[in-house]
Design a protein around this ligand. Structure first.
Ligand SMILES: Cc1ncc(COP(=O)(O)O)c(C=O)c1O
Length: 402
């Protein structure tokens, strides 16, 4: 039978606020986010002001623009602004913390087998330089409960464990870890936690004062939809004095009245374009006003959509969901059906991922992981997505396999 020509679904109503290419079905908000038009417009205005008066903008009036944004972000995160700095991305936050740790030979650094490759590389390098041992907790996946996650992590803690790098939301596997419980249990064993929250802000409610890990870093360009280059690092007060930014600049010997030494070190990382940071307040307001129920309604709507979409795809493709819906935020990972499993890996990007884009206009990531290695795909649900888009993905995957 000849494959039917698929009709691309009409985009969701609110997609009008995004400048995503009209002929695409964008189901990968998770990788790099997507910034709404009014925020990009605001960034363009800020850039114009910066280029009109470079010295006034970047030097004389820098703090008076930056500080109100930091305070707004702090309110959103349930944090004190004195504990909060901007960084350009989560990788920079992870580097700052891990490369500042006073580790010694014999110390242990703990991570999980579901961590993010770039962050794992930082751990490997820090371990190599310090002589510390990198311990990887093997995580089950598929899994049935949050307890399996906590147990797998705690089973690898020893008297020598100094720091644990724990994802709040994992990347390939799209699991929301029971982060509060993990932090409490690790703290109770004397282990500091560095939370990689790359996906969390804007996907899940956050209260950092309540969570109180040693360190928390996350992106704002993903689910808060700020421009690329906006991320933050929060450090608990008792841990701040040792933390140096990945790039050291003026702040180490130029204290500014009204700012913490931690903020002095991070607020300036050499000449750069700070407009992404300065747009964070606008992004928080814009996204928080899209639904009558504000941010809470947005979290719930995106979660509900991803759960519905996952169920639909599981039924259509005849695959099993790898975790309970309560371990999802607004991302979900699913196994590709058996007929896809025989294809060998090739190239930087999965060949069938490229075909989905080139033939059907669908942006969705395919990946391989696990032992033995299996093929998976991950869907995102943002306010501009609609259920029809996941039906279209199901039909495209069916045609791809023919
Ligand atoms: C779990 C996790 N950590 C860290 C990162 C790194 O983010 P960035 O490339 O913005 O630094 C990502 C990116 O997707 C991620 O998924």
């Amino acid at each position: 039978m000849r494959p039917q020509r698929l009709i691309r679904p009409a985009p969701a109503k609110l997609r009008r606020h995004w400048q995503l290419a009209p002929d695409t079905v964008f189901l990968n908000h998770g990788s790099f986010g997507a910034c709404p038009k009014p925020i990009l417009q605001r960034q363009a205005e800020l850039r114009a002001a910066m280029e009109a008066e470079p010295v006034q903008f970047l030097w004389r009036r820098y703090e008076e623009r930056l500080e109100p944004v930091r305070q707004e972000l702090a309110r959103f995160l349930g944090a004190k602004s004195r504990d909060l700095v901007f960084v350009t991305n989560a990788t920079a936050g992870i580097n700052a913390v891990l490369r500042s740790l006073p580790l010694r030979r014999g110390d242990e650094i703990l991570t999980t087998s579901l961590d993010y490759n770039a962050c794992r590389n930082v751990l490997v390098e820090v371990a190599r330089q310090s002589g510390a041992k990198l311990v990887v907790a093997e995580m089950p996946f598929p899994l049935h409960s949050a307890q399996e996650i906590t147990s797998a992590i705690l089973s690898r803690v020893t008297r020598r464990t100094r720091i644990a790098l724990i994802d709040h939301v994992t990347s390939n596997t799209a699991l929301v870890f029971p982060i509060k419980q993990i932090i409490r249990e690790l703290e109770a064993r004397g282990v500091a936690t560095l939370v990689d929250g790359a996906h969390a802000p804007g996907m899940l409610p956050l209260n950092l004062q309540e969570l109180r890990p040693a360190y928390y870093t996350a992106n704002l360009h993903k689910w808060v939809c700020a421009p690329k280059g906006a991320a933050f690092l929060w450090v608990r007060e008792d841990r701040q004095s040792d933390v140096q930014p990945a790039v050291i600049s003026h702040g180490n010997n130029r204290p500014r009245p009204g700012f913490t030494a931690f903020q002095d070190r991070f607020d300036w990382a050499g000449t750069f374009d700070p407009t992404a940071w300065l747009c964070v307040g606008s992004a928080l307001q814009f996204m928080g006003a899209l639904l009558p129920g504000g941010w809470r309604a947005l979290y719930q709507r995106n979660h509900d959509l991803v759960v519905t979409a996952r169920q639909l795809l599981c039924e259509r493709l005849k695959v099993e969901p790898p975790c309970p819906a309560r371990l999802l935020g607004s991302l979900a990972t699913l196994p590709l059906p058996e007929r896809f499993q025989r294809v060998a890996a090739s190239g930087k990007i999965d060949q069938e991922q490229l075909r989905l884009y080139d033939k059907f206009g669908i942006e969705v990531p395919l990946s391989r992981f696990g032992s033995p290695s299996r093929r998976w795909f991950r869907i995102s649900a943002q306010i501009y997505n609609s259920p029809a888009e996941y039906e279209y993905l199901a039909a495209a995957l069916e045609q791809l396999a023919d």
